[in-house]
Ligand binder design. Sequence first.
Ligand SMILES: Cc1c2[nH]c(c1CCC(=O)O)Cc1[nH]c(c(CCC(=O)O)c1C)Cc1[nH]c(c(CCC(=O)O)c1C)Cc1[nH]c(c(C)c1CCC(=O)O)C2
Length: 354
Amino acid sequence: MKVQTLESSQKLFIRALKGETLRRPPFWLMRQAGRYLPEYRATRAHAGSFLDLCFAPELAVEVTLQPLRRYGMDAAILFSDILVVPHALGQKLDYVEGEGPQLDPVRNAAELSRLSTEHFHEKLAPVYETVRRLSTAIPETTALIGFAGSPWTVACYMVEGCGSKEYAKVKKFAYGDPQGFAALIDLLVTVTADYLNAQIEAGAEAVQVFDSWAGVLPAPEFRCWVIEPTRKLVELIKAKHPHVPVIGFPRGAGEMYKEYAEVSGVSALGLDTTVPPEWAALELQTKLPVQGNLDPIMLVAGGEALRNSAAGILKALSNGPFVFNLGHGVVQSTPPEHVGQLAALVKSWPDISG
Ligand SMILES: Cc1c2[nH]c(c1CCC(=O)O)Cc1[nH]c(c(CCC(=O)O)c1C)Cc1[nH]c(c(CCC(=O)O)c1C)Cc1[nH]c(c(C)c1CCC(=O)O)C2
């Protein structure tokens, strides 16, 4: 096995998450691997289904490395999906071409009782193997990020059975039967902590908790189903791995970002596209390192709009601990050369800022 000579703590990405203000901020992009890259589409065509790709360590390593080869990001993110967790609990999951994920929904206590943790780690063993292989396959200065969905966001898919506009079914379950819904959330807190701890033990140097649907809840329910489960999850990770940074990404949290920053215990905050960077510098970055938040559609537009928007974010947030990223994932219609332009801009910051 290759011996890693560079300590995690020396990597730019980890240094920023530990609170250092760096001259040139590190960067990576949410969903940096995926269908916008022709080499991803080629590997995907060989893999069979999308889940087959997630559970084939050799191919999952390959697609994780693809964006790094082109753009030299400061961090690699494990290639997998947030929905492998319900899959490992025994919920039926399919990714339907053009329609996204489809699950057999869980909407009450009886359906909940059919889930089982019995084969959980066995089913996720290929993911841990991917992390182990990546930890020696990535460049020496690149950090390795593990991830999971937040209990709330994973519950959204488990209850709705697919993506949704209104999230009416999961809200009805949470509002109408808070005790029953708490059983689902508590289960997800426990298994997600085990899952992230296992990724860390396999070599992940930081983990991100994707809470894509945090923004759909009123404040009291946001406290109950987003902040509190995240706080428990972070506590279970920190109990075993106190020095591993946990990035929380409560997309759409708005004003509630402040309370999430103060209460959840996360080490750093992922900012969505709508958060004003200047506000974040004053109200959030004074408490925790921040990551974000270029609109992914700026990467589709390219040119002046992309340059100006990225420079505005870099100006506002580079005076504190900061990781440059998007405010949500790369979209499929992104021209790969625009990602190259963005990478060049961030890597030459601040020398080109004047
Ligand atoms: C909500 C969510 C999911 N998955 C994820 C989230 C949270 C972030 C967000 O809000 O986007 C997270 C995710 N999904 C994927 C990654 C890989 C790592 C990375 O490069 O960032 C990560 C971090 C691969 C993927 N996950 C998926 C793909 C596309 C599948 C394919 O190749 O056919 C990829 C590359 C499928 C997926 N997976 C999910 C959906 C809704 C879809 C369908 C929509 C789509 O196709 O983009 C669930």
